[in-house]
Design a protein around this ligand. Structure first.
Ligand code: ADP
Ligand code: GN1
Ligand code: MG
Length: 364
């Protein structure tokens, strides 16, 4: 019996016996590491989550467009495009993806060898490298034609809309879980005004729309196992027009937290300011001269809002029966929501310090 998904036959891969093992800790796609006997080549095979991405072919068009643009930029800076961005392996018919008999869309990428993706880094050097990787990503895409991108998930970082989605889940309460989360719902409602900060500032013309990654968990950066230097930004499904504050904020939410995203002991959860500083230092070092004072300071709001927003999303998914984020144990999305709200509360206390660090580190 074959030990790999049939779909691999659809891709232009070297001959040889194949093996596939589940890989990584992503919450969304199904990821496998592929080995081919007799070669040292390794690949990543992914099935795009069709519940989350309702137009997977548009996701692939974006990915093809963005990675070919990045390849040009990386080569122009003297880098190695096969290592510093995602390289798609085409299907036998020359497409960027292949479809299985159930209509599910799959893709194959070169595995970037000798790297690791950090989950909860303690090393400040790792945080600075992750900041540098996402800052560089924003800089390299500064002149990318944003209008050519599909919006792969509508209103992805529209935090007020995320609160409305939570309200919808509360109204429907399809699994009868509302009774256990009254405190969390009340907390979410108490921060309704905060959710509007970035959307209002953008509507008022204070913050430019850029091409952003929008899913900047630090495990979406690959670092070199030997040198510890950032190599590649991965997980490009949500690259779309957005605010820089989204990318900075979502990375800080995970990278500068004292505990895991689903930590159950809320006393263990706080913002680690040295981690925040290290990430900011790497991020801003790539963006010298590019940011207005408003955009620079919006990064602090991004950290708070992305944390709040993920709390709203996890709580809504808990109420909806865990249909969006993969869970590994019952109640995990509720734990994730509680942890995000605890981190958000701590960020509220440190808001002024977070802004001061940005002002101190930025070379305008
Ligand atoms: P998800 O959307 O589910 O988070 P990712 O694209 O982030 O999926 O992939 C999951 C994990 O697989 C990553 O965190 C990383 O560890 C690993 N990975 C993905 N692509 C590559 C690659 N090209 N080379 C090496 N590792 C990869
Ligand atoms: C998902 O794909 P992954 O695991 O990197 C999610 C992010 C959330 C994150 C929370 C497309 O990211 O938006 O912030 O989980 N991605 C999508 O851990 O919804
Ligand atoms: Mg990921």
């Amino acid at each position: 019996m074959k030990n790999y998904p049939e779909i691999l036959d659809a891709f232009a891969l070297p001959k040889g016996e194949r093996s596939a093992v589940p890989f990584g800790n992503g919450h969304i796609n199904n990821t496998f590491l592929i080995r081919i006997a007799g070669t040292d080549k390794q690949y990543i095979l992914q099935r795009i989550n069709s519940y989350v991405f309702t137009h997977p072919k548009e996701v692939m068009e974006n990915m093809q467009h963005v990675t070919s643009f990045l390849r040009g930029k990386i080569a122009a800076e003297g880098g190695n495009p096969d290592r510093e961005t995602i390289t798609l392996v085409p299907s036998r018919s020359g497409e960027a993806y292949a479809e299985d008999s159930d209509g599910q869309v799959w893709r194959v990428m070169l595995f970037v060898p000798d790297t690791f993706s950090p989950e909860l880094p303690d090393d400040l050097g790792v945080l600075e490298e992750c900041g540098g990787a996402f800052g560089r990503f924003a800089r390299l895409l500064n002149d990318f034609p944003a209008a050519s991108l599909h919006e792969t998930i509508r209103a992805f970082h529209d935090t007020p809309a995320r609160l409305r989605q939570l309200e919808d889940a509360v109204q429907r309460d399809p699994h009868g879980r509302l009774q256990d989360v009254a405190g969390e719902v009340a907390f979410a409602r108490s921060r309704a005004l905060d959710t509007c900060f970035l959307t209002d500032a953008h509507a008022a013309g204070e913050l430019p729309l850029r091409v952003t990654h929008n899913d900047t968990k630090v495990n979406n950066v690959l670092l070199d196992k030997t040198t510890g230097k950032a190599v590649c930004v991965i997980d490009l499904d949500t690259v779309m027009p957005g605010l820089l504050a989204y990318d900075f904020g979502d990375a800080v939410r995970v990278g500068a937290c004292s505990a895991a995203e689903d930590e159950q002991d809320l006393d263990k959860i706080h913002l680690v300011l040295p981690k925040y500083r290290a990430f900011s230092c790497g991020f801003l070092s790539e963006l010298n001269g590019m940011l207005s004072r408003e955009e620079l300071l919006s990064l602090e709001a991004g950290a708070r809002l992305m944390t709040l927003e993920n709390g709203l999303r996890f709580l809504a998914d808990h109420l909806n029966g865990d249909i969006y984020f993969k869970i590994h144990r019952p109640g995990q999305n509720l734990d994730r929501a509680r942890a995000q709200f605890a981190l958000f509360r701590d960020m509220e206390k440190h808001s002024d310090e977070m802004k001061s660090i940005l002002l101190e580190l930025y070379n305008g």
